[in-house]
Design a protein around this ligand. Structure first.
Ligand code: AP5
Ligand code: MG
Ligand code: ZN
Length: 214
């Protein structure tokens, strides 16, 4: 299964992606996670991406397109993949289509998680992440068993640098201007699967599976 997951910042893309990749046994490719990894490791890509990400702006298309082109040709993507946070501009979507065509494959669905802007800030600002295993929590909506510690490995949870209220507001604006046109782009291709993201985490996942298996 070859999938992309769309939605505004804090919609729950990463949360749902974790469930989807477990069920369908495909790799989870999050450009945000890959870029944060590069920043941590101080690679050339990380150095180029950092200022954009800290402000909540998009990293230039050519950098992320090259990253994804390389990633989806790896062995573990043979049976499928889930792209989370890519494409994010029309140029990225067109480049992805061209790359898939070259590889002789195509997307099965574009999952669109819909959440009203009022809910997004609270979700993003309350998010806590584990830098050891990547698990995501929320102080209110999905708290860990022990406050501030990862359930899986007990690492102290941290807040993402771009999860301040001001940066989240900018990210939502960037999403509205540059990414939301992709909803129509994939609708026109007959690939769009709209899901109500304003429900409990399990209910959102049930709707995604029902939509994929229709
Ligand atoms: P990225 O990491 O992709 O961030 P984003 O799109 O802003 O999305 P988030 O990761 O913030 O939200 P999410 O939808 O994954 O929500 P989550 O599941 O964590 O990108 C970061 C930056 O990298 C960008 O700003 C840009 O600079 C750069 N970048 C990345 N890709 C790029 C690209 N293709 N081109 C250019 N630049 C790129 O959930 C959020 C919180 O809500 C969590 O705490 C969670 O527990 C909670 N939650 C989840 N679901 C629910 C629910 N149903 N009910 C209640 N709470 C919930
Ligand atoms: Mg995410
Ligand atoms: Zn962990």
């Amino acid at each position: 299964m070859r999938l992309i997951i769309l939605g505004p910042p804090g919609a729950g893309k990463g949360t749902q992606a974790d469930f989807i990749v477990k069920k369908y046994k495909i790799p989870h490719i999050s450009t945000g996670d890959i870029l944060r990894e590069n920043i941590k490791d101080e690679t050339d890509l990380g150095k180029k991406a950092k200022d954009y990400m800290d402000k909540g702006s998009l990293v230039p298309d050519e950098l992320v397109i090259a990253l994804v082109q390389e990633r989806i040709t790896r062995e573990d993507c043979k049976e499928g993949f889930l792209l989370d946070g890519f494409p994010r501009t029309t140029a990225q979507a067109v480049a992805l289509d061209a790359e898939l065509r070259k590889l002789g494959i195509s997307l099965d669905r574009a999952i669109n998680i819909m959440v009203d802007p009022e809910l997004l800030i609270e979700r993003a600002v309350g998010r806590r992440v584990c830098k050891t295993c990547g698990a995501t929590y929320h102080v209110t909506f999905n708290p860990p068993e022990e406050e501030g510690k990862c359930d899986i490995d007990h690492t102290t949870l941290i807040q993402r640098d771009d999860d301040t209220e001001e940066t989240v507001k900018n990210r939502i604006q960037v999403y509205t201007n540059q990414t939301s046109p992709l909803i129509d782009y994939y609708k026109a291709q007959g690939l769009l699967l709209n899901v109500n993201g304003a429900q409990e985490i399990d209910a959102v996942f049930n709707d995604i599976v029902a939509g994929l298996e229709q």
